[in-house]
Design a protein around this ligand. Sequence first.
Ligand code: CP3
Length: 336
Amino acid sequence: MSKLSDCIINKKISSKPIWFMRQAGRYLPEFRKIRKENKDFIKLCLNPDLVKEITLQPISRFKLDAAIIFSDILIIPYGLKQKVEFKKGFGPTLGEIEFEKIGNFNKQDFINRVSPVYKGIEKTKKKLKKTNLIGFAGAPWTLLVYMINKESPKKSFNIRNFFNDEERLLMLMLKIEEFIYLHLKKQIEAGADTIQIFDSWAGLLPENKIKKFCIDPTQRLVEKLKKLGQPIICFPRGINKKYEEFCKIVKPDCISIDYDIEPSWILEKASGIPIQGGLDPKILLGPIEDLKKNITKYISTFSNYPYIFNLGHGVLPETKPETIDFIVKFIREKND
Ligand code: CP3
């Protein structure tokens, strides 16, 4: 059994699997080369051969325990015929969408639009032996935010007016949920053996709305997905103390933490659920002694607990590939 599955399914504590969110990306020169030749990011995500090649780039460089399929959470809005563009230095921009039509959107049309993702998974899977292949999607709330806001909330987001028609939002999330489920099911059928759900903007929610907009929709999704037999990792970024309630209600197979979460706190609150991640990606840009100290903090806090080493968010584009190599070797020396 692979190390990642052994940790999540068998709750094995003896060796800590390692992978990095955004491990395939702009910090790698070999990714930048392909990206330069492929100006349309969505088209790149829909090219199965390049998806395979990019997914495998970090696997050939570093001794990692999981590959994550090269794709994007915004493939779902694209599949629903919302225009998605990535402008250099600005992040994603989305077009108009008639939300009322999502409910009637033909499932087969959606599958046809995004099927190269599944083809990419099939091709990648053939090249992997003991390395897990992670499929993923955005959580209902995070997708709703992008689809309505039409750009990253980092650029602008008006939270006050956002909840004016709460019932409508909840109804839209239910519709989006169906497509997230379908997209993840197809990824599992294509060969993804672990799933991660990214709720990257859960931290935008006022505390009294976290249950309704993050926890409840994710719980419904996880309950359905668990029946497909593959482990589900959830990453409700930025919900602070609500991580405890999230674990109790959603019961994911593994919980991914952001860097605001104190490792010793979550150790007590995660109800025995395997934990992943935590290290602030900015630490990778600083002095090596700091980096060692911080890695050691996570590894030693979770020494008697099933723990997957990862970051508290994605690898930053400024990161040196040598730093990733260093981290992998540093942890392996301590644990293997
Ligand atoms: O982790 C991996 O290596 C797999 C690939 C992956 C990408 N996006 C590729 C990508 C994954 C897992 C994602 C998920 C994703 N996409 C999330 C959730 C994780 C998170 O970061 O919170 C979100 C919110 C998105 C939406 C998205 N896609 C944004 C905001 C951006 C712009 C980022 C930026 O810094 O400009 C993207 C583009 C994107 N997705 C890139 C990559 C490698 C960069 C594309 C480029 O070269 O310009």
